[in-house]
Design a binder for this molecule. Structure first.
Ligand code: FAD
Length: 674
């Protein structure tokens, strides 16, 4: 049997596994990535991309291409039956709340997203998906779990034979249209039967991988989840929904809008997509016309179309092109644990399942591993202690619980029948539905994620951020147990930047480069390269007292004992662990870059001064004024300092003199370098 040692073994090459590998590739971590499929998906599954996901993809430099290719959704239209059961357009709202992000909700097929992620991974590493491979046993040496140098996990993986892996791309029923039911949650888990079939074939061989870390990104029927005895807790309902990806031929006037339709014959959601396609989420009756329980094997693209036609009547609907179809049962469940020994982790559908209509599955799954990837890399590279890893569970479990709570409410409202009149208490009131939809959209955008205090989030209990969070709007009680994690050793000063909420991702406004006047969205400066960032809002540098504060900060930062020097390897560029960015508020033309302390625009023997570190909150020639200080709630005279994590979340806020606090903050989990 072959043996191999790797830092990370990733099981599953869906959106969560691939997003994890983008970090591991970018940060040079030795990784293997296996998937039981024999090739990539080319139809079906998820298609919705939320604002925060675009911000993340943009931080990797691929967001703009995906944004251009995707179909943008700007407005949601609501349709309901009138008192005579005739369908009418009852309301419309904006899709993504204006101002919350540079990006709005859009749709693009999951396979295209996976293509972009694979290309990115290939650009930085030799990590490739090893298709047709499946784990069959896992052992962890728990006694050595805390030893950084060890490879305490052994996983035996089996090469599958083609007949073992079931139906390629799910083509069934003699139809040429791929059918997603064979992978949907309506069918039983086939992991064991695939392994048994492979073992029976003498051509199938095994290999043992010794890994420091294993991440199970293996979807809703996760094998990894079983190995660490994690159980999904929550509910599985009887609501069945079908999905039809078609190019519709119809006289329904709103087919290119996202629509939520409640009719007397059931509910339907319309999701306009790229390339003339439209996705229909169609409620399937759980009983037949004569009251018998539905035989799920009878669901196919024709029965789904008939249901859609009845819901949409009197409008007509048919198609000539169908790309994919499936059906699934709605359930909202979260894993009882997200990791074992902080060595084996679960992410994505492996650890939370919910209905797909709110377009969350692919997004939240990628957000999970966007959270985990840099932490794993920092620990493996010896930059941070293993205590950093516990924040993955505390942060992502919180979000998973909020997600299923939101989805539970959303799905129930969507699957219920519309109310007939004000006295009909069991029916769904269209105004309640619209209200939940509107508030839920803020949550769904992913920009409202607000991590609670932990080792790397120094919230300020005395002061709340002065922002509209979805929590103010939509009080989501947590389901399940709260998650304990190591608290932060200090508190940030939220009052210095009232609209940069500690625990949330850094909002973005335009600032100008001091050296060439080019406008940039601040988030564009926060690329996913693994560095922590300290943003110095230097205030009014024309004020001598303020300039002196900035100079004093520069001197402290540049001293040999500062965190900048302590945690950056001597041989590495000074901005490779922490990048210090300045945004000042004096008029651009009144400041000379080279008059500022060198630590803020470091000198390099090969490239000279760094012109990409100092910015100004001033008016641009062609793109207006970002009013960054005002929008961030920072005093334009005295400024402040903000520490950002590599994933753009805000860790800490302090005064320019609070460097000792920042030193203590980093000292709690970072390792001194030589
Ligand atoms: P997945 O995308 O499920 O990826 C898991 C990967 O792990 C797969 O490639 C799988 O082959 C591999 N794998 C599984 N077990 C093993 C194993 N034992 N060994 C090796 N590899 C393994 N979301 C929506 O928003 N809208 C939809 O309409 C929608 N429809 C869906 C229909 C179907 C049939 C499915 C399965 C999912 C659908 N989803 C939909 C959900 C969405 O695709 C997921 O939320 C998203 O893909 C989650 O990403 P993930 O990487 O966590 O899991």
């Amino acid at each position: 049997m072959e043996h191999c040692k790797v830092d990370v073994l990733v099981i599953g090459a869906g959106p969560s596994g691939l997003m994890l590998c983008t970090w591991l590739a970018r940060l040079g971590i030795k990784t293997r990535l296996i998937d039981k499929r024999h090739n990539r998906i080319n139809s079906g599954q998820a298609d919705g991309l939320q604002s925060r996901t675009f911000e993340i993809l943009d931080s990797m430099g691929i967001g703009q291409d995906i944004w251009r290719e995707a179909n943008h959704m700007l407005e949601i239209r609501f349709w309901n039956p009138d008192k005579d059961n005739r369908l009418y357009r009852s309301d419309m709202i904006v899709d993504t709340m204006p101002g919350i992000s540079r990006f709005q909700q859009a749709t693009l097929h999951q396979a295209r997203i996976e293509d972009y992620l694979l290309k990115y991974i290939g650009q930085y590493s030799d990590i490739a998906v090893e298709y047709g491979k499946m784990p069959e046993s896992l052992h962890i040496d728990a006694e050595n779990a805390e030893n950084d140098e060890e490879f305490p996990i052994s996983v035996t993986i089996r090469q599958l034979t083609s007949e073992a892996n079931g139906i390629p791309n799910g083509i069934t029923n003699g139809s040429h249209i791929p059918n997603g039911i064979f992978r949907s949650n309506l069918t039983a888990d086939n992991t064991d039967s695939i392994l048994a079939a492979a073992k029976a074939n003498v051509a199938s061989h095994t290999e043992t991988i010794h890994a420091k870390y294993v991440v199970g990104c293996d979807g809703a029927h996760s094998w990894t989840r079983r190995q660490i005895e994690c159980v999904l807790e929550g509910e599985q309902t009887d609501f069945i929904w079908g999905v039809l990806d078609i190019v519709p031929i119809t006289d329904f006037p709103d087919i290119r809008y996202r629509c939520a339709i409640h009719s007397a014959s059931g509910s339907m959601m319309i999701i306009p997509r790229e390339n003339k396609y439209v996705r229909l989420y169609i409620q399937v009756s759980e009983v037949t016309e004569d009251g018998q329980p539905l035989d799920r094997s009878m669901i196919n693209q024709d029965t789904l179309l008939r249901s859609a036609q009845m819901i949409l009547a009197p409008y007509e609907l048919t198609y000539k092109h169908c790309h994919w179809w499936t059906a699934y049962r709605i359930g909202q469940r979260v894993g009882s644990k997200f990791s074992a020994h902080d060595r084996i982790f679960l992410a994505g559908d492996a650890v939370h399942t919910h209905s797909p209509k709110a377009g969350q599955g692919m997004n939240i799954s990628m957000h999970d591993t966007y959270n985990l990837g840099w932490k794993l890399a920092h620990v493996i590279k010896g930059q941070s202690s293993r205590s950093l890893l516990a924040t993955y569970t505390s942060e992502r479990r919180q979000i998973a619980q909020e997600l299923i709570n939101f989805d539970h409410r959303f799905s129930q409202l969507f699957s219920g029948r519309p109310s007939k009149d004000l006295l009909d208490e069991e029916g769904i009131d269209p105004r309640t539905f619209k209200d939940v939809f509107e508030k839920g959209n803020l949550f769904a955008s992913g920009t409202a994620v607000d991590y609670t205090t932990n080792l790397i989030v120094a919230k300020d209990p005395e002061h709340q951020a002065d922002v509209l969070t979805y929590k103010q709007n939509y009080k989501a009680p947590f389901l399940g147990r709260p998650v304990e994690s190591i608290p932060c050793i200090l508190t940030g000063k939220q009052y210095l930047a009232r609209r940069i909420p500690i625990g949330m991702r850094m909002p973005s406004y335009k600032v100008l480069n001091q050296s060439d006047a080019r406008p940039w969205h601040l988030q564009e400066l926060l690329s996913a390269n693994g560095t922590w960032r300290v943003i110095v809002f230097a205030g009014d540098l024309l004020d001598p007292a303020q300039f002196a504060r900035y100079v004093a900060l520069g001197k402290s930062l540049d001293s040999s004992g500062s965190f900048l020097h302590k945690y950056t390897p001597k041989s590495a560029p000074i901005d490779s662990v922490f990048e210090v960015l300045t945004v000042h508020s004096a008029p651009r033309a009144s400041i000379e870059l080279l008059s500022l302390p060198a630590v803020f625009h470091p000198y390099n023997e090969e490239y000279g001064w760094d012109y990409s570190k100092v910015f100004v909150d001033d008016i641009s020639y062609h793109e207006g004024h970002g009013h960054a200080y005002e929008n961030y709630g920072v005093d334009h005279r005295t400024g402040c300092m903000v520490a950002l994590r590599p994933d753009q979340y805000v860790s800490w806020i302090g005064e320019l003199e609070d460097l000792p606090d920042l030193e203590r903050f980093f000292g709690a989990f970072m390792k001194a370098q030589r």
